[in-house]
Design a protein around this ligand. Structure first.
Ligand code: GLN
Length: 231
């Protein structure tokens, strides 16, 4: 028979927004992408025999980039919502999350989202947190491109509160970032699950779901989960 040259693996172009630790972030002074999502998509790439290439973009640019064909998938702690499912394919859920309110450590007045009427709220643009903030009566919502700016606005007292995903708020408080000036108040508001986004009707969607399932079966998913979130 004919000899086949070794085929170079196909490239999986991945978009993310890396100010969302512990899901995606860049360590100070490093351009490398770290975090649970990053480990997960690399494991999926391995499973699919594809070479993973990660691109840094604005959160609100991810879905347009998919639809423009600039990236194959987005993984960015992106919650599965009906609106997004109209615009793109979303994989099976891979992480259960939710939204919380974060305020200044010394803030005794705000105990939940119900105390935020007419107040300033900082959010990342295009997120479910931004959508939730927009529903607060009279709230002055300030949208930022990165979560670093969102938390900085709280630190500088430019807003009363931040609405953001619970695991990200918890990580931010636990790793020192906001320990000195911030705290979480109230219950988790919206239950949300994260999914990987792809172009509508992409043939890759079923491959990604299969890879996710395989990683759950072979214990790799659990290993990554424990690495980032503990037992
Ligand atoms: N989970 C939220 C959303 O999907 C926030 C995601 C993010 O900021 N990376 O909108």
């Amino acid at each position: 028979g004919e000899k086949k040259a070794a085929q170079a693996p196909k490239v999986l172009k991945v978009g993310t927004e890396p100010t969302f630790a512990p899901f995606e972030f860049q360590k100070e002074g490093s351009k490398e992408f770290d975090g649970f999502d990053m480990d997960l998509i690399r494991a999926i790439g391995k499973q699919l025999n594809m070479k993973v290439e990660i691109l840094n973009m604005g959160f609100d640019a991810l879905i347009p980039a998919i639809n423009a064909g600039n990236i194959d998938v987005a993984i960015a702690g992106m919650s599965i919502t009906p609106d997004r499912q109209k615009a793109v394919d979303m994989s099976d859920p891979y992480y259960v999350s939710g939204l919380v309110v974060v305020v200044g450590k010394d803030n005794a007045a705000v105990k939940s989202v119900n105390d935020l009427n007419d107040k300033g709220i900082a959010v990342q643009i295009g997120t479910t947190g931004a959508e939730r903030a927009a529903k607060v009566p009279g709230a002055k919502v300030k949208n930022f491109n990165t979560n670093a700016e969102v938390f900085l606005e709280l630190k500088n007292k430019g807003v009363e509160a931040v609405i953001i995903d619970k695991p990200v708020a918890e990580y931010f408080l636990a790793t020192g970032g906001g320990k000195d000036y911030a705290k979480i108040v109230g219950d988790t508001m919206e239950a949300e699950s994260y999914g990987i986004s792809l172009k509508k009707n992409s043939p890759l969607t079923k491959d990604i779901n299969k890879a996710l399932l395989d990683l759950k079966k072979n214990g790799e998913y659990e290993k990554l989960y424990t690495k980032w979130f503990g037992a």
